[in-house]
Each structure stands twice: as C-alpha cells, then as structure tokens.
Design a protein around this ligand. Structure first.
Ligand SMILES: [Zn+2]
Length: 140
C-alpha cells in the first residue's frame, strides 16, 4: 500500500502548507505583526518588536541561497549523510530563513542558486517514525 504524504506527520505543526500534490507548491508559514509591518519565521508567540499579537502568514516558497554548509559528521534524526543546511533569501517576504537542502542535489549547491520549497519524508522524529520536513531544492 502506498503511503500518502498527508499520512506522515509534519516535524512540527504550522510551519508549512501542504496543498494536494501538483496543485500548488508547499509554502513556509510564519508570523506577521500588523503594528510593526514585519514578518517572522518561524512564527513567534509575540512580536519581538512590540510584544503584540502575531498573525499567521505565508512567508514564501521560492528564493536564492545566501549561504550553505555540507555536514559530513554522523547525521541526527535519520538524515542522509552527507546532508546540507542553507540560508535562503525568500523572494515573497525578503526573510532570510535557515533550512535543509535537498540531499539528492548537494552537488548543485552554490551561493545564488535559485531554489523552491519541497516537503517530503526526510528523517524521523527521534523514535524512528518518519516525519515530513520542508527543504529547499534547485528550481527546475
Ligand atoms: Zn510588532
């Protein structure tokens, strides 16, 4: 029996949208403070600027790699080895976010690479149960 993406829990609730496959791209969810007109990722409980209430908002699904590193020590949480972490400047919000990079595309990593968000099973929850994680993959 084929496992569907929506059958696998996200690594954390409320950090991305997961539309039906091929209908739209997954998008990172963050927070927005209307008083400060600022967006944040991840979403804080209160605005770091004014301590006011934060609204949920999308912060983007596409951007460019600002910086990256490839991790070659024994990976945590069932990640493949090596794996890579990246800083991505998101086009929609201008936020610079920290995230994982597509482990199948590490040979394409470079600063300025255009990337899109993907959500797939990647690693586990620490008890061996698979988890959906957002990661960035080269734009096709
Ligand atoms: Zn604020």
């Amino acid at each position: 029996m084929e496992t569907k993406l929506n059958d696998i829990p996200p690594v954390a609730p409320g950090i991305f949208t997961l539309p039906p496959y091929d209908e739209a791209s997954p998008t990172l969810l963050g927070g927005y403070c209307p008083d400060c007109d600022r967006r944040y990722f991840p979403r804080p409980k209160h605005c770091p600027g004014c301590l006011g209430p934060i609204q949920e908002t999308t912060v983007g699904s596409a951007g460019t790699i600002y910086s990256y590193t490839i991790v070659r020590i024994k990976p945590p949480l069932g990640f493949p080895s090596p794996y890579s972490v990246v800083y991505v400047d998101l086009a929609e919000s201008g936020l610079r976010v920290f995230g994982l990079f597509d482990p199948e595309a590490i040979d394409q990593l470079r600063i300025g690479l255009e990337v899109n968000l993907a959500v797939e099973p990647l690693g586990h929850n620490g008890q061996g149960e698979p988890r959906l994680r957002p990661y960035f993959t080269p734009r096709k």
